[in-house]
Design a protein around this ligand. Structure first.
Ligand code: APR
Length: 182
């Protein structure tokens, strides 16, 4: 069984050639700025029409739609990250849950590849040094518990600083017991 590839890339998530693109949404699921705005612009107005049928999404949870105008993808998975400092110390668990639930939804819908943005580290103020470790730990735990379920998990960094931070986190977290990169 080929292991799941975990890849940190730099770029625009709407252009990634994967089955599922993850959106860092808000609880209304009715669009916004940042990556939410970029995904809605790329997907077109039909995405909003579908999102209106979902009745929102709670923090830490995820919901799935079609990808509409984002032709190379099958689905958009909308997840709502925590706002740093606003969840009485529960932020880390809520952020980890965003990744875990998005991965579960992707697999449940037959996706073999998925791209995440750096959830909560923009408007929601989560320090990227902390968020990157939470993200990659959640991804590692999911792929170890579900071997072969996915071929590829990407994190798409929008800035050079974020790219380097996620790469450092990946080197720390994906190390096997012998100290080799796993
Ligand atoms: N591709 C990849 N990453 C992107 C893109 C893009 N096209 N545009 C922005 N980003 C990055 C940001 O640079 C940041 O690193 O996505 C990360 C998440 O930032 P936000 O989009 O601000 O998301 P978040 O911090 O989770 O805040 C969510 O912002 O846009 C609103 O509706 C959204 O209310 C919600 C809140």
């Amino acid at each position: 069984m080929t292991p799941t590839e975990i890849r940190i890339v730099r770029g625009n998530i709407t252009e990634r050639p994967v089955d599922a693109i993850v959106n860092a949404a808000n609880r209304t699921l009715l669009g916004g700025g940042g990556v939410d705005g970029a995904i809605h612009r790329a997907a077109g107005p039909e995405l909003l029409v579908e999102c209106r049928t979902l009745a929102g999404c709670e923090t830490g949870h995820a919901k799935i739609t079609k990808a509409h105008g984002i032709r190379q993808a099958k689905h958009v998975i909308h997840t709502v990250g925590p706002i740093f400092g606003k969840h009485h110390g529960a932020e880390a668990g809520l952020l980890a849950s965003c990744y875990a639930e998005s991965l579960q939804l992707a697999v449940a819908h037959g996706c073999k590849s998925i791209a995440f943005p750096s959830i909560s580290t923009g408007a929601y103020g989560y320090p990227v040094e902390q968020a990157s470790r939470i993200a990659l730990t959640a991804i590692r735990d999911f792929v170890h518990a579900n071997p072969g379920s996915l071929d590829l998990v990407e994190i798409v960094a929008f800035s050079e600083h974020d790219y380097k931070t996620y790469r450092q986190a990946q080197d720390e977290i994906f190390v096997d017991s012998a100290g080799n990169n796993a």
